[in-house]
Design a protein. Sequence first.
Length: 182
Amino acid sequence: MALGSTIFKVALEVADMDRGYYGSHALTVARHPSETSERMMIRVLAFALRAHERLRFGGGVSTPKEPDLWRHTLDGRIEEWIELGQPDVRRVRKACGRADEVRIYTYGGMKAATWWEQSAAELSRHENLHVHDLPAAQTAALAELASSDGRGIELQCNVQDGEAYMIGARASVCIAAVARMG
């Protein structure tokens, strides 16, 4: 019998001074059995960094044709396509052709650095692509904000001068993404 996803209810307050965005979001996040707490919380962080009333989570690891997050216009055009990790360059190229803006948030320390070294030349051709690296120590600390029981997580995210402060009930984490491109 296959294991099902664990459902997390996330109450997220976002105060993004850099973009002038302030909002409350009640998120339902499905964590696939193969997904770590770190990756799930990076998805929540990416949502907070790009928060918008039309931003939605994709179908997850079991839906390869969808990104981790995306935002559509009211007429269905893809405004923003967000990937996490080290996506295949062909996938990124296709996303850049379909969406107005594509963002990649890499994580994983040396694996992310190696992916960037191998992909940078080809990815630099895309003017609508933005790549940011999330430092490994910071994303590991971010995982600690996840609830272990799946019942609910309350988070506040303050963004200012390119740094995100994720504040949970038990701890807080400062995340300073390093812009690689865009």
